[in-house]
Design a protein around this ligand. Sequence first.
Ligand code: GLU
Length: 373
Amino acid sequence: MVAALSPATCSRLVLKIGSSLLVDPNGEVRRDWLQTVVDDIAAARAAGQQIVIVSSGAIALGARRLGLAKGGRASLEDAQAAAATGQIALSQCWADLLAAKGMTAAQILVTLDDLEDRRRYLNAAATLERLLGLGVVPVINENDSVATEEIRFGDNDRLAARIAQASGAQAVVLLSDVDGLFTADPSRDPNAERIPHVARVDSRIQAMAAAESSSGMGSGGMASKIEAARIANAAGAALVIVSGLHDHPLARLAGGDCGTVFAGAETQTARKAWLAGRLTAKGRIHIDAGAAKALTSGASLLPAGATRVEGKFSRGDVVDIVAADGQTLARGLSEYDAQDAMRICGKRSEALAELLGYAPRAALIHRDHMVIL
Ligand code: GLU
């Protein structure tokens, strides 16, 4: 592990706690256990570490209070009502426990859209910066009560990775009901081995994540944790999946030999990291093999290399760049709206001015506004 990115010693850490750890099967907060987490947070803060908490549990807590079936996840309407009800209890609990240790809590509820929109993302980042500067402990959750099915994180793993990016944290710790990524599902296969370190999230790692375990209470399985690792790593932050089934889980993590660390060695500009971490795109531009090769060696995407354009987007919107084999190779900000992009698709640079009726831009997607995934 890169020392500077160690969750135990880094200067800013995002700590995500899942629903199944926070809430017992009867729908009550597991206060005794949570107290040990808060003790760890107090110790980390005393050692100079700033901590941002991403806390799940609103839906599980609210479902119990409202008597809703399936832990409040039977429908989006139920989840929204449960979240609205449970969030009050959840934030009260955090405020009480942190205050008892001399810390001030602040609550931020965000939707996917808040972080996908660059301006709102920067606003959230500025608020986090100010809160941390004031010595406050931000407690964050998705604003489930207003999020709709198509535009929600749905799980707090990826939200935590996005928050790490927005807050400039060096590491993310996902407290989970499993002690990291295993070669197979440890609850079914006695030969499953924990993978202590992952240098890069590739297709082999994604395949292992498919053999996931899930408590049924939260919504983030191993696949969403791996996606979170990819987002965090793209922003230069390490991500750790580690068991929270023990008391004092952060102290245990600092002791070593547990969990899986996804090292975040790669760093990109903040804008590129934001792009790579986005979960939605307005359209897709398909490209040929020549363009794919050029892109991976650092070139811009020219209209000649595009084969097909899908979606409705304006100039400056985020689009995915898809290779001939269907893989999303890169993502970038389009220099043209969808209509014009379609008109110039596959055309040589010399032909563009006449086709468009105005001076063409240097590229369809400029390399400064593009990130290879
Ligand atoms: N935002 C949800 C809640 O507070 C949890 C999402 C998740 O399961 O990760 O209940």
